[in-house]
Design a protein around this ligand. Structure first.
Ligand code: WT7
Length: 649
């Protein structure tokens, strides 16, 4: 790892919201008196009834309760739209760049955003949705996705977005998980020149068990779709029938704003619940300070609204700040590897925020795709989702940023609502590959993995936990508070456990070393190995499966599956293809196995537990350090797996 530091230029720091001295001062204040600090920063959003209590947090296992601004009331949609109407009604709120570069981009003003959101809110009401009801969104990256989120927030409904790349089965499980009343979707989603039939997927997901769930459909392409009479509604038809005004519902700070399912180390994905007040304060503040957002900037985050990054840093944070946020329907390599940079040039983007996997993929295509575009508007670059290797960081810095744009490597999680550790562009001397240090109010601690003792000092490594709460923290797992406490507060009592390992170097900089649980990170997408395993064993020919991550040049980690077949089944290449397709339809293309190795036997302890540590080593081609295999029931299994590894494919 490289230890060169990149300090912000003096003229950059002078114009930034936060310089090094201000960071030190504000950070100290935020830790010394969190209630005073967050009491002050809570004022960056508008409250209907101001809060008198700021923080009420109990981290003790068995009793975990997290409340911020608990007696305040507000509406998120009013904060993201209405309060800007008098000052910036005609300013562009959303620039929409379609998949096909020949289709015109749209510029949606705050006034237009108001009208569209209110209409969608009234349509949802007319379909019987009210405060506290759940609405699932299964949408492409189109402006209607933002309208739908804000429309739910406006009437106090709780949205749960399902990434449009998930399969009908995965969608069905999420509709069921939160008992949704309505699903909002589109006819077809164009992406990278290909089309996904979203409405057909919804029909398939709802077919058997959910024949009372209504569906609101956005006409994106006009493709022919199958209609469920009496249950399906076209948005454009319903919008004609309703009022253009919809008064925002008064919500308590701790009312849920959204649920977002994310993978864990065991079982089905869990519904992360974020609430209204603290989440918005945190998303807005981190968006402003981490991206050094200034009035008039054009800001672009390339994520999908199906992930938390899209929630906090395409929609809620930027719009709460009255920003112009760019929404991109396509992919980085369509029509070719220049698309990101062409969009930056076309819309004069000032802040550009993407994932290391995209940077690595584009880096491999050569510099011409970048250098032929005029990127002089770009001032700040960001990354998120996984550690960025210094080589990719340097390419991003030199070729994309021309050596003049600070890079913010933002470490955070679905659970954290917003950035927890990141450089601040005008304040931090960044090190390539390090997320540097904490945002205001964040107290990271490194714990000894087995004892849970705090490891003080620098030049240390352990598991990463947080000592205290912050306003954007998740509050519970939907419908299962017990699981929330068990997942995050049981292993290390009194701390929030992130699931990540980390190193704090000699200078006190943090380096994320990856997950310490059975979660893998594939192209910045989080995947529970247990989920892929249960998809595999659901196939009639599979008797057992063990899934691990392995280093992958572009994706960061790839999905490596060891598969044992039922007695009498034949181990063939055709079956590998069949299993790959099977997982794609069970979960979605993002869970598609990269490598399958036939494993007539799996290494197990005498009590029958699969020893993944060994499987990980074999997947990494690291046979020298398999560790102690003496506790295995059948040690010879390991030799067989190593010998037969050439059948991986
Ligand atoms: C996990 C969270 C937060 C939005 C995207 C992913 C990894 C995330 C970084 C980073 C190193 C990172 C961690 C974390 N991660 N950002 N900058 N450097 N690792 O959200 O799906 O909830 O995944 O992604 O392992 O725990 P998520």
């Amino acid at each position: 790892m490289s230890d060169t530091t990149y300090a912000p230029a003096a003229d950059f720091a002078a114009k930034a919201h936060i310089d090094a001295a201000k960071y030190e001062e504000m950070y100290a204040a935020s830790i010394k008196d969190p209630a005073a600090f967050w009491g002050e920063h809570g004022k960056r959003i508008d409250w209907i009834k101001p809060y008198t209590k700021v923080k009420d947090v109990d981290y003790s296992f068995g009793n975990v309760s997290i409340k911020w601004y608990e007696d305040g009331t507000l509406n998120v949609s009013a904060n993201c739209i209405d309060r800007h109407l008098t000052t910036r009604g005609d300013q562009t709120a959303i620039i929409w760049e379609p998949d096909d570069p020949n289709e015109p981009a749209q510029h949606i003003s705050y006034k237009e955003l108001y009208a569209q959101t209110c209409k969608m809110a009234n349509v949802l009401k007319s379909m019987g949705v009210g405060k506290g009801d759940r609405v699932v969104l299964y949408l492409p990256m189109i402006p209607e996705a933002a309208y739908a989120m804000l429309a739910c927030a406006r009437i106090g409904a709780i949205h749960s977005i399902v990434f449009a790349g998930f399969s009908p089965d995965a969608l069905g499980a999420r509709v069921n998980g939160c008992d949704a009343k309505v699903v909002i979707t589109a006819d077809t989603a164009p992406r990278g020149g290909k089309a996904t039939k979203l409405k057909d997927n919804v029909n398939q997901a709802l077919l058997n068990d959910f024949d009372e769930v209504k569906c609101l459909v956005v006409k994106r392409t006009g493709d022919q779709i199958a209609w469920r009479d009496g249950l399906d509604y076209w948005l454009h038809e319903e919008a004609e029938k309703v009022d253009v005004d919809c008064p925002p519902e008064e919500m308590n700070a701790e009312d849920p704003l959204f649920i977002l399912y994310t993978s864990g180390s065991t079982g089905m994905p869990k519904g992360v619940v974020h609430t209204t007040g603290g989440y918005l304060v945190y998303a807005a503040m981190t968006h402003e300070l981490v991206f050094d957002y200034h009035e008039g900037d054009i800001y672009w985050c390339t994520a999908d609204v199906g992930w938390v990054t899209g929630h906090s840093y395409i929609v809620y944070g930027p719009l709460a700040n009255g920003a112009t946020t760019l929404m991109f329907e396509g992919v980085p390599t369509y029509p070719d590897a220049s698309r990101f940079w062409q969009v930056c040039e076309k819309h004069k983007v000032n802040q550009f925020y993407t994932a290391p996997t995209a940077i690595r993929a584009l880096m491999g295509q050569g510099n011409d795709y970048v250098t032929k575009c005029d990127l002089s508007s770009v001032r700040i670059l960001g990354t998120v989702g996984e550690p960025i290797n210094p080589e990719a960081w340097n390419w991003y810095n030199d070729v994309v940023g021309g050596g003049r744009c600070p890079i913010v490597d933002t470490w955070w999680q679905t659970e954290t609502g917003g950035h927890l550790m990141t450089p601040l562009p005008g304040a931090t001397a960044a090190k390539p590959g390090s997320c540097c240090g904490p945002f205001f109010g964040i107290e990271p601690v490194v714990l000894e993995p087995t004892t849970g003792e705090i490891i003080e000092g620098n030049g240390v490594e352990g598991v990463l936990c947080m000592k205290d709460s912050w306003p954007g923290q998740m509050r519970t797992v939907w419908g299962d508070h017990e699981r929330f406490m068990k997942t995050y507060f049981a292993d290390y009592k009194g701390y929030y456990f992130t699931g990540d390992g980390c190193r704090r170097d000699e200078d006190g900089y943090y380096w994320i070393t990856g997950r310490v649980d059975d979660v893998i990170n594939v192209s910045g997408h989080r995947m529970g190995t247990a989920e892929v395993e249960s998809a595999l064993v659901a196939h009639s020919k599979v008797s057992e499966a063990a899934v691990v991550g392995y280093p992958h040049d572009i994706k960061g980690q790839g999905i490596y599956c060891y598969v044992t077949l039922m007695g009498g089944e034949e181990y063939t290449d055709e079956l590998k293809t069949e299993l790959r397709n099977w997982v794609r339809t069970e979960i979605g293309p993002i869970a598609s196995p990269d490598l399958i190795q036939w494993a007539p036997g799996l290494p197990k302890t005498r009590s029958g537990k699969i020893m993944r540590r060994i499987l990980r080593k074999i997947a990494e081609n690291d046979y020298g350090s398999l560790g102690d295999t003496s506790t295995l029931a059948e040690p010879a299994v390991v030799d067989d797996l190593i010998e037969n590894r050439m059948n991986r494919g």
